[in-house]
Design a protein. Structure first.
Length: 209
C-alpha cells in the first residue's frame, strides 16, 4: 500500500482515538471529507487517509479541543490566513521548537531578513528539518533542497505544490510539481520521500497556533 497513506485501523491504533471520535470530527468538519479515501484491498473496500496530514490534524485537534468548542476549532483549523502572514524571530522559532537548533543555525542565517522569518521561510526550514530527521538527507543534500525551495517555490504563485526527493545511481534530485500530482519514474529511480505543501502547513499549524 502507498506509504503516504494510512488505513483507518492503523490510524485509530496509532492515535488512540475511537471510531466515534473520528466520525464526529468529520461531521463537525474538523477533518475534511476528501481526506477519507476509499480503496479496494484483498479484504474488500477500506478507508485510508493522507498519513502525515491526518496525523498532524489529529494532533492539533487533541491539543486544542480543551480550549475551543468543536465549531470554533473547525474554523481555526480551516483558516490559514492568520499563519500565512505570521513572522517569527529566531528566538521564537527556537522557543516553539519549530525546527532543530542545528537546522536553524545552519540554514536560518540564509533565510532570515530584517530579524524575522516569513511564513514561507518557516515552511522551507521545516521541510529541510523534517527530511534531516528521517535520516535520509545529508547536509549537502539539505543545502540543495533549501536552495531549490527558495529559488523555485515562487513559480507556483501561491498554489499548492508537491516535492519529490529522488536518487538515481547515487545522484540526488528534487522535483517540484503542482499538487496534487503523481510522477512515474523508471526502475533506476528511488523515491526517497515526497512532501506536500498542505502536509507541511498542517504540521506547522500546531506549532504556530
Amino acid at each position: 500500500m502507498d506509504k503516504d497513506l494510512i488505513s483507518k485501523k492503523e490510524l485509530l491504533d496509532l492515535t488512540g482515538i475511537s471510531y466515534g471520535q473520528l466520525y464526529r470530527w468529520k461531521r463537525k468538519k474538523l477533518i475534511p471529507e476528501e481526506w477519507f479515501i476509499r480503496k479496494s484491498t484483498f479484504t474488500g473496500q477500506e478507508t485510508f487517509f493522507p498519513k502525515q496530514t491526518i496525523l498532524a490534524r489529529i494532533h492539533n485537534i487533541i491539543n486544542m479541543k480543551d480550549d475551543l468548542s468543536l465549531d470554533d476549532l473547525a474554523g481555526k483549523l480551516s483558516d490559514t490566513s492568520a499563519i500565512n502572514g505570521m513572522t517569527l524571530t529566531a528566538a521564537e522559532v527556537g522557543e516553539r521548537n519549530i525546527v532543530s537548533s542545528m537546522t536553524l543555525s545552519r540554514f536560518g542565517a540564509l533565510s532570515e531578513i530584517g530579524g524575522q522569518y516569513s511564513f514561507d521561510e518557516l515552511v522551507h526550514l521545516f521541510a529541510v528539518d523534517y527530511l534531516l530527521g528521517l535520516g535520509e538527507l545529508s547536509l549537502e543534500e539539505a543545502e540543495l533542497l533549501f536552495q531549490t525551495l527558495n529559488e523555485k517555490v515562487r513559480k507556483f504563485e501561491g498554489k499548492s505544490w508537491d516535492l519529490f526527493f529522488i536518487r538515481k545511481m547515487g545522484m540526488t534530485s528534487f522535483i517540484m510539481a503542482h499538487s496534487p500530482t503523481e510522477l512515474v519514474f523508471d526502475e533506476g529511480v528511488r523515491l526517497v520521500a515526497k512532501l506536500s505543501l498542505g502536509d507541511l502547513i498542517e504540521q506547522l499549524k500546531g506549532k504556530l497556533s
